[in-house]
Each structure stands twice: as structure tokens, then as C-alpha cells.
Design a protein around this ligand. Structure first.
Ligand code: GRF
Length: 214
């Protein structure tokens, strides 16, 4: 049977990519087909190469504008015949035409419990606000900033006097579990986006877990 093919888009360290390579790639009929980076110096590219996964670099500075860059990125993804695009620390906005093209086939991992603290520096935003619980969200990507239908969330209780380095560690550990789980769920067809009424918010319908826990 043809595997379920992932593209992972990255900008930096790539610890989430590593979690996907270690726990999803080549298992349960799922393959990482390619990795695209917004920067040539992203450490994530080395991780992809070490795993023998084809890579491409799509730096905004190499193209006349974002739409042209995103067109090249879309061609790369289509050439690799991908079923799902995973933004794993991809730190740039994508052109609306690109987002529409991959509607319902692109997810992002975000380090807060959305809809709280969308956008950049989400962990700092949460700590500055003084929340006692934060977390991680995996959501489909729509044309807004971190506004798409939610696939999975996990909460993290913060220590008293949390320091940013410790909270980042806690958030990463949860991301490395939650993102692979969400990918597996989507790959086995367990996630449907509800057709929204015009003007209504789209939401995700999840099948029951096979073990019946949810
Ligand atoms: C993660 O915290 C992710 O939530 C955010 O960027 C970070 C990327 O980390 N969007 P890494 O590159 O996967 O290590």
C-alpha cells in the first residue's frame, strides 16, 4: 500500500522534526517524504540529511517576493507527492494562495493553549500574563495567525516561579509527543474538518481512539 507522505517545514533547530523522524517516519505506513527550510543554516536540515530525507531551501531572500517563494515551495511539495504538510517551527508567514492550496492538508504545532497567546513568543506571552497552566496545540493552518481548527491539545501546569528555560523544556517535551500523535491520527483518517456554515468557525471531528479511552 502507498505510504502516507509527510512534508515537514522548518526554520531552525528541528527538534520536532527529529521527534517525527524518530517516532513516525517509516512506521505505521507513514513516511517523511521531504523537508523544506526557510533558511539554509537551519540545524533541522542536517537532521533530515542524516535520516536520508530529501531537502529543499526556500529562503525569502532568494525570491522576488513571498508569493513567488511559496509557489516554488508548493511545486517542491507537489513533486514529492505529499499528503500532509507539517509546520514544525516554520517561523514565516505563508502566502494566502499557498494556504488555500493546502487547505485541510497542513498542520502547525504552537506552544500555547490556543486561542490564548497566538503569534510569536507564545511562551513569553503566557509567562508575562502570569497564567498557571499553559500547553501545546496542534491545529490545521488557515489564513489567520494560529486560528485554524484544533486537532490536539495538551496542558502543562507551570511550576511556582517558572523560569523561561525550564518552561521551554517542558513545552518541547509535550510537543515531541503531541505532534507525532496528531500526525498518526490524521494519517489513519481519524480526523475530519466539519464543513462550517458560512461565517462559522470550522472545527475538527475526531474518531474515537481505538482503545476507547476518548
Ligand atoms: C517549537 O516550540 C514550536 O512550537 C514553535 O517553534 C519551536 C520549534 O522548535 N513554533 P524546533 O525547531 O522543532 O526545535
Amino acid at each position: 500500500m502507498r505510504p502516507f507522505r509527510l512534508a515537514v517545514l522548518v526554520s531552525g533547530e528541528g527538534s520536532n522534526l527529529q521527534a517525527i523522524l524518530d517516532s513516525v517516519h517509516g512506521r505505521e505506513g507513514i513516511d517523511v517524504a521531504c523537508v523544506g527550510a526557510s533558511r539554509p543554516d537551519a540545524r533541522a536540515l542536517e537532521r533530515a540529511r542524516e535520516a536520508g530525507v530529501p531537502t529543499g531551501v526556500f529562503a525569502a531572500s532568494d525570491h522576488s517576493d513571498r508569493a513567488v517563494r511559496d509557489e516554488a515551495l508548493a511545486e517542491f511539495l507537489i513533486a514529492h507527492d505529499v499528503d500532509l504538510v507539517v509546520l514544525a517551527g516554520f517561523m514565516e508567514l505563508l502566502d494566502p494562495a499557498f494556504v488555500r492550496r493546502f487547505d485541510g492538508r497542513m498542520i502547525n504545532v504552537h506552544p500555547s493553549l490556543l486561542p490564548a497567546f497566538p503569534g510569536v513568543r507564545a511562551i513569553e506571552q503566557a509567562l508575562d500574563y502570569g497564567v498557571r497552566v499553559t500547553g501545546v496545540t496542534v491545529h490545521f493552518v488557515d489564513e489567520g495567525v494560529d486560528t485554524g481548527a484544533i486537532v490536539a491539545q495538551a496542558a502543562i501546569e507551570l511550576p511556582y516561579a517558572p523560569d523561561i528555560a525550564r518552561v521551554e523544556e517542558m513545552v518541547h517535551a509535550v510537543e515531541h509527543r503531541l505532534l507525532p500523535e496528531a500526525i498518526r491520527l490524521i494519517a489513519r483518517g481519524g480526523v475530519r474538518i466539519e464543513p462550517a456554515e458560512p461565517g462559522a468557525r470550522r472545527r475538527v471531528n475526531l474518531e474515537r481512539e481505538p482503545n476507547g479511552e476518548r
